[in-house]
Design a protein around this ligand. Sequence first.
Ligand code: KIV
Length: 269
Amino acid sequence: MTASGESDPITVQTIRARKGGAPLVCLTAYGATMARLLDPHVDLILVGDSLGILLYGQTSTLGVTLEQMIVHGAAVQRGTARACVIVDLPFGSYQESPQQAFRNAARVMAETGCTGVKLEGGREMAETIAFLTARGIPVLGHVGLMPQMVNVLGGFVSQGGDAAGAAAILEDAKAVAEAGAFAVVVEGTSEAVARQVTAEIPIPTIGIGASAACDGQILVTDELLGLAGDWSSGFAKRFADLGPAVEEAVAAYAGEVRDRRFPAAEGDV
Ligand code: KIV
């Protein structure tokens, strides 16, 4: 038994069955070492396309490639024994057609060993989600603030602020659920919207910047740990501040190398 209370590998059925139950704990990881650290504590590990920003120093997720997602997805899966690993489909790899989405999602599944994929979009992606799930690919939806739409939205701005926007998020979440997604990420919206969406759809909502009214929460792990540098989603609570600890350790190493104190002379301890 692990900290999350689940001893067997967590499947999408396990996650789907947690609707309205114990909150789902989800985090991102981009490599095997971090995945190993998260695995005993979380239900779901997302290999998020946020890696474009956090690992590759890009200003948005738009430049992330399928190959990058596969390399990092495989590493995370190797470091995971029980959490459900889901890999983001990057921008441009699924929006063209259900067939394009299937081809790329199947490659991600085959080459990483992950359990399923996440894609952004509501009503406009319902046909694609149905196409994938009918063909053996579990899908985690993503509605509300969709980072791959940054240029259409004019920035990373909260969604659902007026009645029309709130209704649009609800319709999107319903469409994603009806299409067969096992859960849906709800990003960047108000508690009122998150509460209504959570009450009205039969699958778990996983919130990020969407209040505690959701069935679970996800954060970007680097941000939670204080390792995201100047970048901020604007949503995260920092649970640790590891940046200064890293700098301190590196400075100590640099000092010892420069003073010829490291490595110790043979025979010294
Ligand atoms: O890319 C990502 O890390 C994400 C989560 C923040 C939901 O999509």
